[in-house]
Design a protein around this ligand. Structure first.
Ligand code: GDD
Ligand code: MG
Length: 364
């Protein structure tokens, strides 16, 4: 079985992290976002994943090579010279998707995180026997998603992308299973699957919705990235991997919702959590307080700093006695001088910050 992951798009809402690398490669819980998906696809028996790329394909290809070996799955590329939207890439990869002995394939948005119950999706899809199934989940703010209205058995009666008026709160989770026939509906041109294909399929009773069990989040924006991190760290699967402070540890872990890469070094008297991810080769000084925060690989955090509700991009350095708060995001290789306070700053890659930032904003 094959899968296509929609990787294109500039990932502007996740800047400054996506100024250096494509969104799917941004580390989430110490693995590129897309690797969480590739792992799940491999586990359900997929043999090939087609990455539909329209931005920085070379970066993508180089980085993915090592994962192809690690996960023993074939990763191929379908490169758009100009963005084809969310359906156009299926037409572009038509021949690759047809050349497979299973009559269906998965399609995933690259920025959604959940427990990926893909085997259940296959069972549900086969049971109703129609052309497509999309996974749906409930959210409080449906206006930034695609909303579905269904019959009791899951048949979608209405699909409205980013509705201006309230239609319902069950939304498209960005995980699909389609029969190959869907390819006959899609022309080779920029097309939105949500605006041009789903409404047509649902009007003929060919699109079904399956409720996604467990957590779900689109992590394509900093605030949601942190919410998604908290959800993942609270999920049963990740509880096993969470760091339990050893009896004699010189630091304290709050609530067992802390994921620390084994290579990270943590100083004396630190208090970590709830909800913290610490990446590979990170060095944390003494007495550091971290809460609701991701520190990406190769960062250094100076002693007695406090970081809360923030994302520290890879290879960055935060000095001593600093305070980062209120969805501060440091891009790659940012340097924060000792004693600096940042309140909601988005700091562009390779920048040095020597002064306090008191109001949220972008700093270049
Ligand atoms: N190859 C390719 N080419 N991929 C693209 C393109 C393109 O031109 N445009 C967007 N994508 C990819 C994005 O990288 C992402 O993985 C996926 O398509 C969806 O695009 P987003 O830009 O993240 O859309 P969204 O978050 O506003 O809405 C979509 O996702 C929601 C769930 O998170 C829609 O599918 C909604 O219906 C859905 O609820
Ligand atoms: Mg998105």
């Amino acid at each position: 079985m094959k899968a296509l992951i929609l990787v294109g798009g500039y990932g502007t809402r996740l800047r400054p992290l996506t100024l250096s690398i494509p969104k799917p490669l941004v580390p989430f819980a110490n693995k590129p976002m897309i690797i969480h998906q590739i792992e799940a696809l491999k586990n359900v028996g997929c043999t090939e994943v087609v990455l539909a790329v329209s931005y920085k394909p070379i970066d993508m290809m180089e980085e993915m090579k090592k994962y192809e070996d690690e996960y023993k799955i074939k990763i191929t590329y379908s490169h758009e010279t100009s963005p084809m939207g969310t359906a156009g890439p299926l037409a572009l990869a038509r021949e690759v998707l047809l050349a497979d002995n299973t009559d269906m394939f998965f399609v995933l948005n690259s920025d959604v995180i959940c427990e990926y119950p893909l085997a259940d999706l296959v069972t549900f899809h086969k049971k109703h026997g129609k052309e497509g199934t999309i996974m749906v989940t409930k959210v409080e703010e449906p206006s930034k998603y695609g909303v579905v209205v269904t019959k009791e058995d899951g048949e979608i009666q209405k699909f409205v992308e980013k509705p201006q008026v309230f239609v319902g709160n069950r939304i498209n989770a960005g995980i699909y299973l389609f029969n190959k026939e869907i390819l006959d509906r899609i022309e080779l041109r920029p097309t939105s699957i949500e605006k041009e294909i789903f409404p047509v399929m649902s009007s003929s009773g060919n699109l079904f919705a399956m409720d996604l069990p467990g957590f779900w989040m689109d992590i394509g924006q900093p605030k949601d990235f942190l919410t998604g991190m908290c959800m993942l760290l609270a999920s049963p699967k990740f509880k096993e991997k969470a760091l339990k402070a050893p009896q004699d540890a010189s630091y304290k872990v709050v609530n067992d919702t802390v994921l620390v890469h084994p290579s990270a070094k943590i100083g004396k008297g630190c208090v970590l959590g709830p909800n913290v991810v610490i990446g590979e080769n990170v060095v944390i000084g003494d007495g550091v307080r971290l809460e609701r925060t991701t520190i990406m690989h190769d960062c250094k955090i100076g002693s007695y700093s406090l970081i809360k509700s923030s994302i520290v991009g890879w290879s960055s350095t935060v000095g001593m006695w600093c305070r980062l708060d209120n969805i501060t995001v440091l891009g790659e290789d940012v340097q924060i001088r000792d004693e600096v306070f940042i309140n909601g700053g988005m700091i562009l890659p390779h920048k040095g910050v020597n002064e306090n930032i008191l109001e949220p904003g972008i700093f270049m």
